[in-house]
Design a protein around this ligand. Structure first.
Ligand code: DX5
Ligand code: ZN
Length: 229
């Protein structure tokens, strides 16, 4: 097993998304991370289903859609129909989380649950057995280019223990925010298996190479002898 790299198009050139996703694809990206923001749940506005639909035609890689919006239930179908393979919702934005997770699954996508940095791991307890993956924010959502919050490391370990404890050993932990060549090894050692990276990849002079380098560093950390998964 290797660590999956999910470049976030938030830091890509929105006028050349096809070119940018092709570049990270050549670099070995496993997923394309799509940050959807509504200006309410987070103080920024990005994109909606039409862009996901265009991306679906531009790349064969699975589209990992991270919904940072209020009322995510109202848009699940639109995003899955547009081509999302994975859809994640914030516990802070979702009232009936169990219903939402199963709605995503019944639409045929993988269901992820996201925790903000200040949200305790205990918020996952009742849903941990149902999720396909957990996305841990290691910055406050809304913007690319922020610094990794070190406390996220212990949170990764705690979520891994929670998932394993309920028998959901197959569900990976994805980490999002401030991931680069310096922060990646520690999150992998702690148990992360999907790394989102925006600025570290798309503000690099060569995004293809930046993807390859991040994957190499992450896989090295995995091999260096860490706890399983
Ligand atoms: C932040 C987004 C992230 C963002 C990460 O709200 O969810 O996916 O693009 O950007 P970097 O990797 O630059 O922290
Ligand atoms: Zn994200």
């Amino acid at each position: 097993m290797s660590v999956q790299i999910a470049p976030s198009i938030l830091s890509a050139d929105f006028s050349a998304l096809g070119r940018d996703v092709a570049a990270v694809g050549r670099g070995g990206a496993d997923l394309i991370h799509v940050d959807v923001m509504d200006g309410h749940f987070v103080p920024n506005i990005t994109i909606g289903p039409p862009v996901v639909r265009s991306l679906r035609r531009a790349t064969a890689l699975p589209l990992d859609v991270h919904l940072m919006i209020t009322s995510p239930d109202d848009y699940l179908e639109a995003f899955v129909q547009a081509g999302a393979s994975m859809v994640s919702v914030h516990v802070e934005a979702t009232i009936h989380l169990h219903r939402t997770v199963h709605a995503i699954k019944s639409l045929g996508a993988k269901a992820g649950v996201v925790l903000n940095p200040s949200t305790p791991v205990s918020a996952l307890e009742e849903i941990a057995a149902d999720v396909d993956f957990v996305l841990l924010m290691s910055v406050n959502p809304g913007f690319a280019g922020q610094s990794f919050i070190p406390r996220s490391i212990t949170k990764i370990t705690a979520v891994r223990a929670l998932l394993d404890g309920v028998g959901n050993v197959a569900a990976p932990i994805e980490v999002d925010g401030g991931i680069d060549l310096l922060t990646a090894p520690a999150v992998v050692v702690a148990g992360a298996r999907i790394l989102v990276a925006g600025s570290a990849i798309f503000t690099a002079p060569d995004p293809e190479r930046a993807t390859r380098d991040l994957k190499a560093v992450a896989d090295q950390a995995l091999l260096a002898g860490m706890p399983p998964r």
